[in-house]
Design a protein around this ligand. Structure first.
Ligand code: NAD
Length: 348
């Protein structure tokens, strides 16, 4: 019998990549699954992200909210697996107003977990972030590192991680939690660093760089992240957390230099903006557990992945241009030369 998989947030950046790949047969363990996408289509959700698989007979799209208990209960009947991506995901927005983050990331996750227990769902993969660990000056976080989130976004994700693990311990729900580093790739909403900088640079605009530009991140191609999630979904041990990462560690300034070069621009395009409150200095996950247990390793070389990503944004103006208006934070001017744009060099 084919398994039914509910993918929340499947119209967003990472969730849509997972759905496109799953339906294209990229994940042998999940092959033949029917996919139901549940997405509220917030400013970050975009049905066009699923265009390449829109006519796939194994895809059903449901426009709805993960906080809608009645809808979620109905959708989970007969569902074998939940892969939960839906979230408010932009740190800057969580600083401006954290309410939607608590509602979707905490209450929405609890709503799904409760309904999954009632529907006796066999497996629940909760997609989380390395930001729950806080900031680390040297070395890398193992999964058992204490959670020390600094932004309201990270705090809401940490809360949902704890809730997911508690549902395993309390109700026996087969939950796995993944915590990944910064993703890049096509279809990323142009408020995040790489698409924002790339689209600004190709249009001859400047790019806003926070503080001294020395905040450091591990950049992983979205394809490597989603392959890790598929492995955890198929073979992860219930009740366990798996870090996913192993990309390329770069300061924001180094990342900006790569983008300047790929876009044929120079440092005169960089505009320094005041650093954000509680800006984590460095993230680094230890991925030895997922490598050892599930045979995971990243495959996309950073230079190739970044060049292909820049080419994708160059060739898909029709996808991102209308979104840049939507990308402006409440009360912020549009990104561009001489304007203040708080959506600076952050990934998520
Ligand atoms: P995104 O903002 O691009 O997509 C989020 C999706 O969730 C959107 O389609 C949106 O419409 C949907 N959504 C939001 N609220 C909803 C609600 N109440 N009900 C139903 N759908 C709702 O985010 P992303 O970058 O694709 O991130 C996906 C997940 O991966 C998130 O949980 C995020 O915390 C996690 N993550 C992201 C990164 C990264 O670098 N982007 C890294 C690690 C983990």
């Amino acid at each position: 019998m084919t398994m039914r998989v509910l993918v929340t947030g499947g119209a967003g950046f990472i969730g849509s990549h997972f759905v496109r790949e799953l339906l294209s047969g990229a994940y042998p363990d999940l092959d033949g699954s029917r996919v139901v996408v549940l997405d509220a289509l917030t400013y970050a959700g975009n049905p066009a992200n699923l265009d390449p698989v829109r006519d796939h007979p194994g895809l059903e799209f449901v426009h709805g909210d993960i906080c809608d208990r009645e809808l979620v209960g109905r959708l989970l009947a007969g569902t074998g697996m939940v892969v939960h991506f839906a979230a408010e995901s932009h740190v800057d927005r969580s600083i401006a107003d954290a309410s939607a983050f608590v509602r979707t990331n905490v209450l929405g996750t609890q709503t799904l977990l409760q309904a999954a227990v009632e529907a006796e769902v066999a497996r629940f993969v909760h997609v989380s972030t390395d930001e729950v660990y806080g900031s680390i000056d040297s070395g890398s976080w193992p999964e058992e590192h204490p959670l020390l989130p600094n932004s309201p976004y990270a705090a809401s994700k940490a809360s949902s991680d704890l809730m997911a693990l508690a549902f395993h311990r309390t109700h026996g729900l087969e939950v796995c939690v993944t915590r990944c580093s910064n993703n890049y790739g096509p279809y990323q909403f142009p408020e995040k660093a790489i698409p924002l900088f790339t689209t600004n640079l190709v249009d001859g605009l400047d790019v806003p760089l926070y503080g001294d530009g020395l905040n450091s991140r591990d950049w992983l191609h979205v394809d490597d992240h989603c392959r890790g999630i598929a492995l955890v979904a198929a073979k992860g041990r219930a009740g366990e957390v798996y870090n996913i990462g192993g990309g390329t560690e770069l300061t924001n300034l180094e990342l900006t230099d790569h983008l300047l070069e790929l876009c044929g621009r120079d440092r005169s395009a960089v505009r320094r903006v005041t650093d954000r409150a509680a800006h984590d200095r460095r993230y680094s996950v230890d991925i030895s557990k997922i490598s050892r247990e599930l045979g995971y390793e990243p495959r996309v070389p950073f230079a190739e992945g970044l060049a292909a990503t820049v080419t994708w944004y160059r060739e898909n103006r029709a996808w991102w241009e209308p979104l840049k208006e939507r990308a402006a934070l409440p009360g912020a001017a549009a990104a561009g030369r001489g304007t203040e744009q708080p959506a600076g060099a952050r990934a998520h």
